[in-house]
Design a protein around this ligand. Sequence first.
Ligand code: GLY
Ligand code: MN
Ligand code: MN
Length: 425
Amino acid sequence: MILEAQYQQRRENFLARMSHNSVAVFLSASNKTRSNDTHYPYRQESNFYYLSGFKEDNAALVFVKTKESTQIVLFVQKKDETLELWNGKRLGEKEAQKLFRVDKVYVGEDFTEKLKEFLKDKNKFYYDFACEDARLQGIKSVTQKLKTHVNASALVAEMRLIKSDSEVELIKQALKITKIAHHKAMKFEKQGKHEYELQAEIEYIFKKNGASSDAYTSIVACGNSANTLHYIENDKVFEENELVLIDAGCEFDYYASDITRTIPVSGKFTEAQKELYNMVLDVQLHIIDMIKPHAMKSALQEKAEELLCRGMIKLGILKGNSKELLKEKAHKKYYPHGIGHWMGLDVHDSSPYRYDDNKEIPFLKGMVLTIEPGIYIDKDDKNVPAKYRGIGIRIEDNILVTSNGHKNLSKKIAKSIEEIEALSR
Ligand code: GLY
Ligand code: MN
Ligand code: MN
């Protein structure tokens, strides 16, 4: 759980990044309609949540900074008995003023008028450039006159790079549940069943253990399905001797986990599957080992590509000299994606990989990222030994950068062939 004092500190940190004579606006996520009067489950906008810890919609957080003073204001929905009967309780401005350490709480109805007041005589406006909320339109006549516009979400994204202990704790909670789900998937009798049946088992575990949702749509891909990177149909029947690539992780109290395991339908890897699997696993272990403060993600990417390319040559998937193949990017055909990404409030955290001057951001204590090498060989790829065709493998863990190295937060999720086969029995 993240305490109000931490949200307050984040707001102070954001305020410190603002120039004098400026206003910043963060808006809650809007409620998305699925059809007619049916809505998608509501989830707060991550940057707004990061700074406020407030989960209701129709809310706004506003920062006002002049040379002489600063003000942080929260706008919330006003109490409404009828709407609360249909859509759930609202905190209301009086309770919000007690719970949130902001200077002032107003009701949402006052937003336009108050903002026009705050924006008077200012010259800089911070807001999320991607935001399409009508509330921004309502103040456009004023904001468009301001000299400078700054993408506020980019500033918060940078703040989100380093996780606090309590944020790491929430990622660990998410991983605890995700571990149970992946172990359940290993034990589950798959043969003759559909991918979606296994998906249901995994997501049942998420829900049953109090996860707020899945952190992304689960991929359960057997055989050649695994070679479609964003496969989410999950509707094929498991065949004996196939591998199943499962990329599934829950979100716990707003924090994501992102785990991939690739496991045999029958519980036993074939010899060919073992060869491919251990090649990817060796690369994954090597790359994880490189993570420490001041190491660079680009170096990890380069090393992963080199090792995967060499592995592919060794297994007869690529033919030729590794230097030349790497230069031609021949390996990209079988490993087309990145080695990993930041994660946290979002599974692909929006945090930057480069500073404004384009210099790469090095790893620092408290950053969390995934490491996820893979290999994907289409069933019809005649350039590859027949025994490897129709196999897709990815192995993904979530890694915390520590003061002198790293910690694999998902280390307890079975990963070696021995561990997976032992659980599958
Ligand atoms: N689950 C999405 C990813 O691995 O990036
Ligand atoms: Mn990932
Ligand atoms: Mn993933």
